[in-house]
Ligand binder design. Sequence first.
Ligand SMILES: *Cc1c(COP(=O)(O)O)cnc(C)c1O
Length: 376
Amino acid sequence: MMTERVRDFLARNPDLEPPFLVLDLDEVKKRYQTLATEMPFADIYYAVKANPARPILSLLAGLGSCFDCASPREVRDVLDLGVAPSRISYGNTIKKDADIRTVWDLGIDLFAFDCEEELEKLARMTPGARVFCRIVVDNTGADWPLSRKFGCEPEIATDLMLMARDRGLVPYGLSFHVGSQQTDPLSFNSAIATATGVMGALRSKGVHLQMLNLGGGLPAHYDRAIPAVGNYAAVIKAALAEADLNGGLKQIIVEPGRYMVADAGTTVSEVVLTAQRGDQRWIYLDIGKFGGLAETIDEAIRYRFVTKYNGAATVPSVVAGPTCDSCDVLYEKNVCQLPAALKAGDRVHILSTGAYTTVYAAANFNGIPPLQEFYI
Ligand SMILES: *Cc1c(COP(=O)(O)O)cnc(C)c1O
């Protein structure tokens, strides 16, 4: 969707040169408030990596959000806004010694890990810190899966948390990620059940975890309708109740990234070239995989395109980016139905591009500057 405020901004600024992203901060605020209302049992840790723009961080800080960071730079960006270190987690499971030290010295006391080697680092460098172990869960239903690279098997998590206790860390909790752009609310049900099993095993060994981190995964509205956030909240609430955690848990965390910012943003791009190659029509935009649309890798995330011709006759079109790299094709397996009249110079609005775009834009590939950003 394109919000009224984005529409107004574009009407008032017809001369801005594409490509650029316009993001409606009111929409982010609405998202935050909806989530806080739907999941009153959870603390919201915005996943900064989705879009770390200062206006977004500043807005969320003002609303009382907490933040999940992946690097010292992200931690500093959040601290600079006056956010207390106690409201920040370092959720990246892959950290350099020097970065752990920096973040620990900045006062952050909540760290993720998912293997013995990372736990050893934390034991060495952050004595007494609260740690949580990321377990691997089924990512079926996610358009952008996050398994394999992250998370350990539940049985290993049990051993690691015992080890954490023995090494002088606080075995604080567990986390998982059901996969980004997770379109099946029930995925949270099985993930919570898996986590509950680990907590039970630890309880029988005298370790009482205090926190469960449900990760991200809440979806944005790309090419298909998605369940409302209330559906996810209902599944999570029921699963937590069924887990019968005996009130032992002090904290439930959610880490929305995509949900919070994706739908608030529209990217304005321009058609550079249309070409007929054999019986296939090609549309080349001024933004592609290197300009910020990296999540089109494997055509995983399928953005919606809007043009001034909408409603007119369409033809199947391959959509590609402007760079001199043959991998810079956005949609070829899933060709797009785009207006037959679309031509070079026309604008194409790419919806729901507020997350995982600006941060993915190359600095200077083919001499193309990073995506411009406007936060309104
Ligand atoms: C990326 C990430 C998130 C955010 O995921 P979304 O699917 O964008 O909500 C949350 N937690 C962790 C640990 C992540 O790496």
